[in-house]
Design a protein around this ligand. Structure first.
Ligand code: PLP
Length: 378
């Protein structure tokens, strides 16, 4: 049975061209980029090229990119590194719909005496700018707000938020793990100080990420050890991963147009048909300000997991908005924060597409969904 992969916000297929660039770095060009010999030096050049490609996608200077081990590490570094650089400031502002890579770090800091503000969202998953402005004060070290939500795809007005926050003299970080490669970004035109991204969300490999640090932004290193990454992130570089990330960024820059036309067309076709053909279902999140690949739909009176299992029988991969913890199904913190009723939050499914999906896959899923929903409601 053919696999139909609609779970690209969880992870993506590595592009063939990415794999091709990575392959020689394992058994041929395996030198340490910090070595004095020419053999290692060639590898250093590969890292430099990857840094340039990553910077080109983001519209920043290569020296502003630090390679990390994943999106989670980038987020942790941004938060902890900023707080360490501003030891006299004890307040962080974030949103209640962040990924755990941000939210759990902030909550942990809260238990160590920091004041943590988790901004609320409205029914469509949108932030209130006035509420954000109200909370910024002289004690605030950092505001960290995600670019796009991983569950609903809702995109926040990050440029405006960055302008507001930095205008008050506070450092601004954004977790752009889901946004990079899906929507155009140009850091040269924004006030963002710190931005996180992850290789495996944009058809690059797992185990590599990057943190953009605007020139002049004060941040203490999170990983201590050797002098790699200009002393900003110790540890021998994951060279194949970094080279893969660089290639993935180069391809993303070329494909961003497709992402917003072809992928969006397929997502809209799937979403509209499901909403039309399946009774008692609703779209979650701000319809007009969303990633082009993401659709989060709630099916009343059914468990999301039951739908996933049925979809799986047809080879269709998606994900649900619930997390199975200690035997009880907890609805997603994102949907709960948006005030989605309990019955609907329990039955939510996220479809996340990529440039590798086809219209046939979408048509096949549209054909199967009403039967699945009817069978489960019967
Ligand atoms: N931030 C967001 C918004 C994410 O969606 C994810 C992964 O799902 C992460 C951070 C963590 O990225 P990584 O898996 O590279 O650690």
């Amino acid at each position: 049975m053919k696999t139909i992969y609609f779970d690209n916000n969880a992870t993506t297929k590595v592009a063939e061209q990415v794999l091709k660039e990575m392959r020689p770095l394992f058994c041929e060009l395996y030198g340490n980029p910090s070595s004095m010999h020419t053999f290692g030096g060639q590898v250093g050049i590969k890292i430099r090229t990857a840094r340039e490609k990553t910077a080109a996608l983001l519209g920043c200077d290569p020296s502003e990119i630090i390679f990390t081990g994943c999106g989670t590490e980038s987020d942790n570094t941004a938060i902890n590194g900023t707080l360490a650089a501003y030891p006299n400031k004890r307040k962080i502002i974030t949103s209640c719909v962040e990924h755990p890579a941000v939210l759990s770090v902030c909550r942990e800091l809260g238990s160590h005496g920091y004041t943590v503000v988790e901004l609320k969202v409205d029914k469509q998953g949108r932030l209130d700018m006035a509420e954000l402005e109200k909370h910024i004060d002289d004690n605030t070290a950092l505001v960290t707000i995600m670019y796009a939500n991983n569950e609903t795809g809702v995109v926040f007005p990050i440029d405006k938020i960055a302008e507001l926050v930095t205008g008050r003299g506070v450092v601004f970080h954004t977790d752009a793990v889901q946004a990079v490669g899906k929507i155009p970004l140009n850091l040269s035109k924004t006030n963002i100080d710190l931005l996180s991204l992850s290789g495996h969300k944009l058809h690059g490999p797992k185990g590599v990420g990057a943190l953009y640090v605007r020139k002049g932004t004060r941040i203490s290193p999170f990983m201590l050890g050797g002098h790699q990454e200009a002393g900003r992130r110790a540890g021998t570089e994951n060279v194949p991963g970094i080279v893969g990330l660089g290639k993935a960024c180069e391809l993303a820059a070329k494909n961003i147009e497709d992402e917003n036309t072809k992928v969006k067309y397929l997502r809209d076709k799937l979403e509209n048909a499901i909403l039309k053909k399946c009774p008692d279902c609703r779209l979650n999140g701000d319809k007009d300000n969303r990633l082009p690949n993401t659709s989060n739909i709630s099916f009343e009176f059914i468990e999301g997991e039951a739908i996933l299992l049925m979809l799986d029988k047809f080879g269709i991969c998606a994900s649900s908005g619930s997390a199975c913890t200690s035997g009880s199904l907890e609805p997603s913190h994102v949907l709960r924060a948006m005030g989605v009723p309990f019955t609907a939050a329990h039955g939510s499914i996220r479809f996340s597409l990529s440039r590798y999906n086809t219209e046939e896959e979408v048509d096949y899923t549209i054909e199967k969904m009403p039967g699945i929903v009817n069978q489960l409601r019967w």
